[in-house]
Design a protein around this ligand. Structure first.
Ligand code: RFL
Ligand code: PHB
Length: 390
């Protein structure tokens, strides 16, 4: 089989790129390791920045997002028993974010790929990248016992943090930066009315908590837990009791609880791989970088990679201009490091660190007090949270 661009990974990054390229007449294939049901069972991002939403519309996939997604003009930070407000709209110069789940967004992308007859292979086993440094790269995979070879001009590695693409870059070329935080987030999805119309990020002496949502009837809550905890250690009642303890009283009093329909623990990690290009292989999204979810930047950072790569590939095929492809890694990384900085900052501001010094506590408290005493500080927070331009 021969295509122009072979995309490894059928998560949001891979599907969005394939849809955008297809609409501009560029032939792609998406190779996904798991079934569609499995990909759609993962509960991940909930907050989209307007740049991501714009790309979804450009990909002709924004209709349901615009109909069912909720525009949020602000969020709260609870700390020291008070509930402070961050007015995103006011402090970012009129911007906002959209609350729309990654699961639904991925479903929309799959349906759009189906409508256009896009090639998406599920349960692609043993995907292997070959000769990416040459002018004739190819990718092989197994499907139903048969070995398939895909010849292509370019390979895009959009196969997430645990994928094969990044590992196909030789160790002496790749530089990896990593920071592991000493805790995880235990997340619960429940068919209940959210406790607040806007998200609430909570800094508490027992640990961080977050009240989020997918819709007015579907809530998503998180609490910070030790990395040694497992979801089965947390019965629903224990989760709700711990969440309640971390919320300001007036919020806890309004919390509606119910059975969990999903419960999982995500470790918190910051990670960047450089460069994001090796020969004809281009990395995008979680395959190249990870942020702790605190600043809601992960999927949104994937969006800028896809935007740069999409435009670079169009310029290559339509104008024979390779400057975008050559500059991709540098351009993408410049924005990625800003998202890294912001996610690290929000994580440090809101979590309880087991090995902290009294000095660290004082700094964290000062940072919080400063934030809500300075319009300049709120502006910095708001412009990063709604998404820096790309
Ligand atoms: P994905 O979603 O991991 O998709 C990669 C796909 O590649 C497949 N794959 C392979 N395919 C073929 N061969 C192989 N060898 C393969 N290995 C893997 C996988 O099966 C998968 O389908 O990466 P992508 O597309 O780059 O998307 C990134 C986002 O998923 C991620 O950044 C966000 O979910 C992060 N994130 C958030 N981001 C936001 O922007 N806003 C948020 O509010 C937000 N909340 C979150 C989050 C992530 C979380 N977790 C669980 C890590 C909340 C949480 C709890
Ligand atoms: C979510 O709803 O899953 C969510 C929202 C905001 C974050 C992280 C996760 O910062």
């Amino acid at each position: 089989m021969k295509v122009q661009v072979c995309i490894v990974g059928g998560g949001p990054s891979g599907l969005l790129l394939s849809q955008l390229l297809h609409l501009r007449g560029i032939d792609t294939i998406v190779l996904e390791k798991y079934s569609r049901e499995h990909v759609l069972s993962r509960i991940r991002a909930g907050v989209l920045e307007h740049g991501f939403a714009r790309l979804m519309r450009e990909a002709q996939c924004g209709e349901r997002m615009d109909r069912e997604g909720e525009i949020h003009n602000g969020f709260h930070i609870a700390h020291d028993g008070v509930l402070d407000h961050v007015d995103l709209h006011k402090y970012s110069g009129g911007n906002s974010v959209i609350v729309y789940g990654q699961t639904e967004l991925t479903r929309d992308l799959y349906e759009a790929r189906d409508r256009l007859g896009g090639k998406v292979v599920h349960n692609a086993e043993d995907v292997t990248l070959h000769e990416v440094k040459s002018d004739a790269p190819f990718v092989t995979y197994r499907s139903g016992g048969e070995r398939v070879r895909v010849l292509c001009d370019f390979v895009v590695g959009a196969d997430g943090f645990h994928g094969v693409s990044r590992q196909s870059i030789p160790k002496d070329v790749l530089r990896e930066y990593e920071k592991i935080y000493p805790f995880g987030w235990l997340g619960v999805l429940s068919r209940t009315r959210p406790v607040s119309p806007e998200l609430i990020y909570v800094k508490h002496e027992r640990g961080f908590a977050l009240c989020s949502m997918r819709s007015q009837v579907l809530s998503r809550y998180y609490i910070q837990v030790p990395l040694t905890d497992k979801p089965k250690d947390w019965a629903d009642d224990a989760f709700w009791a711990e969440l309640r303890r971390r919320l300001p009283q007036e919020v806890a009093a309004k919390l509606i609880t119910g059975p969990s329909i999903e419960k999982s623990i995500a470790p918190l990690r910051s990670f960047v791989a450089e460069p994001m290009q090796y020969g004809r292989l281009f990395l995008a999204g979680d395959a190249a970088h990870i942020v702790p979810p605190t600043g809601a930047r992960g999927l949104n950072s994937a969006a800028s990679d896809i935007y740069y790569l999409y435009h670079a590939l169009i310029a290559h095929y339509q104008k024979g201009d390779d400057s975008g492809l050559e500059g991709y890694s540098k351009k993408a990384l410049a924005r990625i490091w800003k998202a890294q900085r912001f996610s690290w900052w929000m994580t440090m501001l809101l979590h309880r660190f087991p090995d902290r010094l009294p000095y660290d506590d004082e700094l964290q408290q000062t940072e919080m007090n400063y934030l809500f005493s300075s319009e300049t500080a709120l502006r910095l927070l708001a412009e990063n949270y709604v998404g820096l331009p790309f």
